[in-house]
Design a protein around this ligand. Structure first.
Ligand code: ADP
Ligand code: MG
Length: 238
């Protein structure tokens, strides 16, 4: 059974259609990258999966259950944004613990989850710091830590590295991939960066102007692009 299913998913803002009908089955443990130029509808699609935007028509299912009417907090997903949105007045520990506190977990359970995530991300030494005392890369790790402690079925990333400088971006890309090898959590990752997409993805969804151009592995898309757009965008020789 697919972990996330999109069936005929469309979105319009007022009279303007923005997503023209997306069908895709995302398997448990897959790392899927949604890639396409700015404005093609990547964030809108991701926000619909998160429940931050309603679908105009079609169905989104997570773990076999249609979630169109399910609140974001009850969807068993965690989202990592490009602006890390950490609480400036809270320590790293408190930032990571906050969502768990709201969910009513015990102090001990929270400590255990935060320590585990901090270990995975190697930020144990930063737990008492405030966000302003962290570098961009460290903040990004804390943002991922906040997602990991929730132990979601699906991670959603919206261009999480786009505020980092080029060198750090490459480094974090490797770390995100490693994190995925460790946790094996189904991940849906949005970027406009072709290289980032090709390095991270098990499969890519290439979007253009609200439509899916092609879905496939990096090799398939590179060697056998379905459209001129895919060939041009991914830079293959077709
Ligand atoms: P991407 O993330 O690929 O850059 P978006 O999903 O943000 O693209 O946007 C896709 C299209 O939808 C754009 O034309 C954008 O202007 C439009 N759009 C996004 N959000 C809204 C909104 N809340 N109201 C109206 N139009 C929107
Ligand atoms: Mg976007």
């Amino acid at each position: 059974m697919a972990e996330v299913s999109l069936r005929g998913v469309k979105k319009q803002f007022g009279p303007v259609p923005v997503i023209h009908g997306v069908d895709c089955e995302i398997e448990d443990g897959e790392f899927i990258v949604i890639v396409g130029p700015s404005g093609c509808g990547k964030s809108t699609l991701l926000r619909m999966i998160a429940g931050l935007e309603e679908v105009s028509s079609g169905d989104i299912a997570i773990a076999g259950k249609v979630v169109n009417q399910v609140e974001p907090k009850d969807r068993n997903i965690a989202m990592v944004f490009q602006n890390y949105a950490l609480y400036p007045h809270m320590s790293v520990y408190e930032n990571m613990a906050y969502g768990l506190k709201i969910r009513g977990l015990s102090k001990e359970a929270i400590r255990e989850r935060v320590d585990r995530a901090a270990g995975i991300l190697q930020i144990e030494a930063l737990l008492e710091r405030r966000p302003r005392q962290l570098s961009g890369g460290q903040r990004q790790r804390v943002a991922m830590g906040r997602a990991i402690v929730r132990d979601p079925a699906v991670f959603l990333f919206d261009e999480p590295l786009s505020n980092l400088d080029a060198k750090l971006r490459v480094q974090m890309r490797v770390e995100i991939r490693k994190l995925h090898q460790t946790l094996r959590t189904t991940s849906i990752y949005v970027t406009h960066d072709q290289v980032e997409a090709m390095t991270l993805a098990d499969r890519l969804i290439v979007m253009n102007a609200g439509k899916v151009e092609q879905i496939g592995t990096p090799i398939t898309l590179y060697e056998d692009p379905a459209t001129l757009f895919v060939a041009g965008f991914l830079g293959s020789p077709a």
